[in-house]
Design a protein around this ligand. Structure first.
Ligand SMILES: NC(=O)C1=CN([C@@H]2O[C@H](COP(=O)(O)OP(=O)(O)OC[C@H]3O[C@@H](n4cnc5c(N)ncnc54)[C@H](OP(=O)(O)O)[C@@H]3O)[C@@H](O)[C@H]2O)C=CC1
Ligand SMILES: O=C(CO)COP(=O)(O)O
Length: 315
């Protein structure tokens, strides 16, 4: 029998969910340094499968070899992981990370390109909670890839309930996914502080404007930002308390502590944006308040005052 169709590196909530979604129709190998963190509500009972499908779980990275490898690691873990293990990875490398590296101020695709020169690089992003994917609920995501293999990867990762749209704008797709987490924290903080739904709508809308400003300055197409990977994911994450970023924001707004063990990509990305945006002369008022809040440099009342006291201007 031939080897796996798809390898998944990272057995956290999202890697495990993707494994469950793909295994009924593909041969999938899921690698984690620890046992998988199956999403809440996932059905782990063995399903009847053909010889051409099924899931293998391993802690041996050498077994995670396939024509397509999904890198389902948090953004701040991806570059360190690649610098250690990049040469061992094979096939097209598809990142699911939604963040900007704090040290290099680059997105996942650049980290992969540096560590694995010559690899086919793609990004899988868009609105999708791991628990929904694991349960096979209908979802639509963006597969961003500028390589001629893009269409083949799109087909290899789509399922009857996981619909993938394709774009060649990798920069736009990965920045949309990274920046929406920052704005989702701000939305959660507004709700947590009791500022109300109108304030949340203002933050999401103005937040989307600054997401688009930064992304287009860095080479993204504005059209990508209004797609699933940008606006679509921003809507999901800013309105649902299934989102860890939104819940973290809620706790900031309420003045409560938050479990440091939970992955909150937007906190580090807000700090990365606070360093990156001035370098390219882009104003990111909401993101800079999220960075200050998450570092304890401001209070929720002072953050609100800073945003409200900005000079009045055209929309
Ligand atoms: N959860 C979701 O709903 C979605 C998540 N994403 C994105 O996918 C990415 C992963 O998120 P998610 O799975 O939820 O995160 P989790 O926190 O659930 O899991 C992270 C996984 O990464 C592993 N990991 C962390 N650091 C390393 C390392 N240095 N070497 C090896 N493994 C490591 C962890 O291993 P260990 O358990 O051993 O610590 C864990 O298995 C994030 O960028 C997220 O934004 C995208 C869409 C939806
Ligand atoms: O990216 C996600 C949904 O698309 C998951 O959001 P959180 O990381 O905020 O839980």
């Amino acid at each position: 029998m031939s080897g796996p169709d798809i390898a998944i590196v990272g057995a956290g909530a999202f890697g495990s969910a993707l494994a469950l979604a793909l295994a009924p129709t593909r041969r999938v190998v899921l690698w984690g340094r620890n046992p998988p963190r199956w999403p809440a509500g996932a059905d782990l009972t063995e399903k009847p499968r053909t010889d051409d499908a099924g899931l293998t779980v391993t802690t041996d990275l050498a077994q995670a070899t396939a024509p397509i490898t999904l890198l389902a690691l948090p953004a701040q873990a991806l570059r360190p992981f690649l610098s250690q293990h990049g040469p061992a990875l094979s096939g097209a490398l598809v990142s699911t990370a939604k963040g900007i590296d704090l040290e290099t101020l680059e997105g996942p695709s650049r980290s992969i390109a540096r560590a694995c020169p010559g690899a086919v690089i793609a990004v899988l992003t868009g609105p999708s909670f791991a628990a929904d994917i694991a349960r096979g609920l209908p979802t639509a995501l963006t597969l961003a890839c500028a390589d001629p293999q893009a269409e083949a990867i799109q087909h290899a990762l789509a399922t009857p309930t996981l619909r993938l749209y394709r774009t060649a704008d990798v920069t736009g797709a990965e920045l949309g996914g990274a920046l929406k987490n920052v704005i989702a924290i701000a939305a959660g903080a507004a709700i947590g502080a009791g500022f109300g739904d109108s304030a949340r709508a203002a933050i999401v809308t103005r937040g989307f404007a600054e997401m688009t400003r930064l992304a287009t300055r860095l080479g993204a197409e504005a059209e990508t930002l209004v797609g699933l990977s940008g606006l679509g994911d921003l809507i999901l994450t800013s309105t649902s308390d299934q989102s860890r970023n939104f819940r973290y924001g809620l706790s900031l707004g309420r003045g409560q502590t938050f479990d440091a063990g939970v992955t909150v990509e937007g906190a580090a990305t807000a700090r990365a944006v606070a360093r990156l945006a001035p370098r390219v002369d882009v104003e990111m008022p909401v993101a800079s308040q999220v960075a200050a809040l998450s570092e304890g440099r401001t209070t929720i009342a002072a953050a609100l005052a800073t945003l409200l006291n900005r000079p009045l201007r055209e929309e």
